[in-house]
Design a protein around this ligand. Sequence first.
Ligand code: FES
Length: 110
Amino acid sequence: MSLKKLSLTYIDEFGETCQADFNNHEYHSLMELLFDKYLQDWGDCKGRAWCGTCHIQLHSDRNLEKMDINEENTLSNITGRTKTSRLACQIPLDSNLDGIVFSILKDDAV
Ligand code: FES
């Protein structure tokens, strides 16, 4: 049985559009996928929703898991927060993310 290859698109901090391929549940979270394969300089707190370095802005309308209180608190301390901001470490890496588009925002957590 072959698995369908999933992919997503992100716009990095330099404005470059990039594609990331992944398998369903290959990593625990979206942050872990990008940290391991594409972006080494984020995810400082290793997914605890504390640091804000995995701040992203979603451009796709998806029903993602609701924010918990830790994610909400960290995002509330980020100056560049947008209406569709999320922490990538709090988003499970599953097939729901296939085709999603988002921007990487530099963390400005205080
Ligand atoms: S890795 Fe620190 S908030 Fe996501």
